[in-house]
Design a protein around this ligand. Structure first.
Ligand code: ADP
Ligand code: ZN
Length: 726
């Protein structure tokens, strides 16, 4: 194959692979190996995608890679297949897609590290152990004991005495040192779990009986014991000698889940998330790739973890918006998990108390198998829900008299209280009492939020911060904070319940590493009786002593313009309400609203999430929105508005030239937030009744966009299956 070439994925923002000539004398290459290649005046790290491709130009004109980094493919074939598919589906450059799947060190081109050496008891060494070693060589005896106790080998100890003892044991043939594994895999005996309910057992059996690709939607009300079903399925997967990949929305929020998996499966779980240091991440990644780590729990990008012996994929809280990457490579980890399971022929379990409407529709149409846990586990009962009409009970600093009364009662009865408000800061608006003006961000079409009591103004969109002014810049009159944020509610609660012990959990109080864990531990120890917080509190926590959940402001989001606003609101309410009464003590939920008659609230109250979802699906079908249509969003922004819109106009014209077979073009239109970070923003929405025509259109359109004259003067991005339309 004299004229064959290598097709290489490079981290460049272009929707293509790059051709290189295989240097004479190099060994045969395989897809998934890394190379260092010249690119323009620089060198880049690339990944071989094809080895014997026909070059577009004569091979003699091609450049050669400068160095081969991996002797073996770094990315296994199945993962490359997923990445290729994702690049085509999301219309994102293949090199950037591949980069997403690599830990930083490997992305930079570092060679694959050797597994660290670990100490092991020598095979058959027991018989050679000299009697009385405890007396004559106590350090060696201690080292032997440490070896016996260690799961999966002992890392080189810090203690010099112990290190010397281990080397002495090595000389005597009692200990050996060898590389690996990347992850300790020693089995402990699993802690026993509860006896599964009939529903749980049925679900676990169905997953265990799955043969080949089988997507399941596990819909279980909050506290129904979905995690027990995951654990049962994971245990069977491990027993079959396979690995289990578990995706969660945010690891920091679920330290309990990790501990539960470890104790119940009796092995150390590897975690993959953005909070890890580079070295830790690399180690967990390699541990998964080598098959040393048998259970991997990770956030969004962990869907790309290489697995030596994949057996099962679980996506917990599958409705969570954090599974969708909102910038760069805009993929949905939930959808890719299903795709990956299909490519590998595996079962995949999507679990939620409040499934995404897309997933419900997939279950209803038979594409997913539906498993349901309609009741709470053990003796826990569903909470009682009541609406507090704020028109009749005007609140002070966000808290109405009936709500204060309920909080007092629950605290008196030794319960814990969870207060939910999904807005951080002190107040969302600062209004002038003279001219009525509001203080806005200079770079965004957004109001500045008051923080740190009343000391600071912050923009939640661009991060700008400045001291809060003493008076209106236009007329000099006094400024008044309007509306509620968690800081303001914190003040009010502290004034009413000074002795209760209160913790506020939002992004401002949890920036420090480990802060969340510390807060949650204080809650579990009972030192904290009132937990106040945002969305962060709604996610998957088990607070057994929370008996009252208070939703301070139901109206925020009740009249949202995004077609998904209702779904988001219903999910947040049901999830946060589900934190009440998860153990023996029954729970209560109080919802403050100015609109107690609102259809969404009424439907949730009467029929729960299911009733809401039925109605919402009917409305989506009527209006032609997902899951009954497929969307793609082209966004553009530029400092000058004309430039963003010139690009969108050219893009729209180009789309019409291509012939919009089965695809509808909506726009160009200003983005819902027309200015952000000093840039003017516009968008073009594409809608199709079927996925196929949209995909075919995008495949032709995306490369054409790169070549549009106006593309040079605007920043643009394409979002397939967008979750947020801003
Ligand atoms: P989910 O993940 O659905 O919110 P969990 O699996 O966390 O629910 O279970 C909620 C609580 O119920 C946990 O404290 C769990 O230990 C308990 N639980 C789950 N299944 C059972 C069961 N079959 N019997 C008794 N308690 C159970
Ligand atoms: Zn801003």
């Amino acid at each position: 194959m004299a004229d064959s070439c290598l097709k290489v994925a490079l981290p460049a923002p272009l929707m293509r692979l790059f051709d290189y000539r295989r240097p004479a004398g190099w060994p045969a290459l395989r897809p998934g190996q890394r190379l260092r290649v010249p690119f323009g005046g620089r060198e880049l790290i690339g990944i071989v995608i094809e080895t014997d491709a026909a070059p577009a130009v004569p091979a003699s004109k091609l450049r050669e890679p400068s160095r081969l980094i991996d002797t073996e493919p770094l990315l296994p074939a199945d993962l490359l297949a997923l990445l290729n598919w994702a690049s085509a589906y999301y219309q994102h450059p293949p090199g950037e897609v591949c980069a997403t799947a690599l830990p930083a060190a490997l992305r930079r081109g570092d060679p694959l590290p050797e597994a660290p050496s670990r100490w092991w008891p020598a095979a058959g060494g027991d018989a050679k152990r000299p009697a009385g070693i405890e007396r004559r060589a106590p350090a060696q005896a201690a080292a032997l004991a440490a070896l016996d106790a260690a799961d999966g080998g002992l890392a080189d100890p810090e203690d010099e005495r112990l290190r010397r003892a281990l080397r002495a044991l090595e000389k005597k043939g009692l200990a050996v040192r060898r590389p690996g594994p990347w992850w300790p895999n020693g089995q402990r005996s699993p802690a026993p779990g509860p006896v599964l309910s009939d529903d749980q057992q049925r679900a676990a059996d169905a997953i265990a009986a799955a043969d080949g690709f089988s997507p399941f939607l596990l819909e279980g009300v909050t506290g129904s014991g979905k995690t027990e079903v995951y654990l049962a399925a994971a245990a069977r997967c491990l027993a079959a000698g396979r690995q289990c990949l578990v995706l969660v929305p945010e690891i920091g929020l679920t330290p309990q889940l990790l501990a539960r998996f470890e104790s119940r499966l009796g092995l150390p779980v590897a975690t993959l998330h953005s909070g890890l240091a580079d070295g830790e991440r690399l180690r967990a990644w390699l541990a998964a790739a080598r098959g040393d780590a048998r259970v991997i729990i990770g956030t969004r990008s962990a869907v790309f973890t290489p697995l030596a012996r994949p057996g099962l994929i679980i996506v917990d809280e599958e409705h969570d918006a954090s599974y969708k990457q909102q910038d760069g490579f805009r993929y949905s980890a939930r959808d890719l998990a299903v795709r990956r399971a299909q490519q590998l022929g595996l079962p995949v379990v999507l679990g939620s108390a409040t499934p995404a409407l897309e997933s419900l529709e997939n279950a209803r149409s038979g594409r997913y198998r539906s498993l349901t846990l309609p009741e709470r586990a053990g003796s826990a009962q569903p909470p009682r829900v009541r609406l507090i009409d704020l028109r009749r009970h005007p609140p002070q600093d966000g808290l109405s008299a009936p709500l204060l009364d309920r909080i007092t009662r629950h605290l008196r009865d030794e319960g814990q209280v969870l207060v939910y408000l999904n807005r951080r800061g002190f107040a969302p608006v600062l209004v002038c009492t003279g001219c009525g003006g509001v203080v806005e961000c200079r770079r965004c079409d957004a109001r500045l939020v008051l923080h740190r009591g009343r000391a600071q103004l912050a923009c939640h969109h661009c991060g700008a911060r400045r001291p809060a002014p003493a008076a209106c810049a236009d007329c000099g009159a006094e400024l008044l904070p309007v509306g509620l944020g968690t800081e303001r509610i914190e003040q009010a609660l502290q004034a009413h319940f000074p002795d209760a012990g209160l913790v506020r959990i939002d992004r401002d109080t949890t920036r420090r590493r480990g802060a969340i864990e510390a807060h949650l531990a204080a809650v579990r120890r009972g030192e904290v009786r009132i937990l106040l917080g945002t969305q962060m509190l709604a996610k998957g926590h088990d607070f057994p002593n929370v008996t009252l959940v208070a939703i301070v402001d139901a109206d925020q989001g009740l009249f949202g313009t995004d077609f998904r606003a209702g779904e988001r609101l219903a999910q947040a309410f049901v999830q946060v309400a589900g934190r009440a009464g998860r153990a023996e003590r029954s729970g209560e939920v109080c919802i403050q609203t100015l609109h107690p008659e609102h259809a969404l609230l009424q439907r949730l109250l009467d029929g729960g999430y299911r009733a809401f979802a039925e109605q919402a699906l009917a409305e989506r079908r009527e209006a032609g929105w997902p899951p009954f249509a497929f969307l793609a969003l082209l966004r553009a922004e530029a400092v000058r508005r004309e430039r963003a819109f010139a690009f969108l106009d050219e893009a729209a014209a180009c789309a019409r030239d291509l012939g919009l077979e089965g695809v509808e073009l909506l726009g160009p239109a200003p983005a819902p937030m027309p200015r952000r970070q000093g840039r003017e923003r516009g968008q073009l929405l594409l809608r199709a009744a079927r996925r196929g025509p949209l995909q075919a259109f995008l495949a032709a359109w995306r490369p054409a966009l790169e070549a549009l004259p106006a593309a040079r003067f605007a920043r643009w991005s394409l979002d397939v299956d967008p979750v947020e339309l801003f």
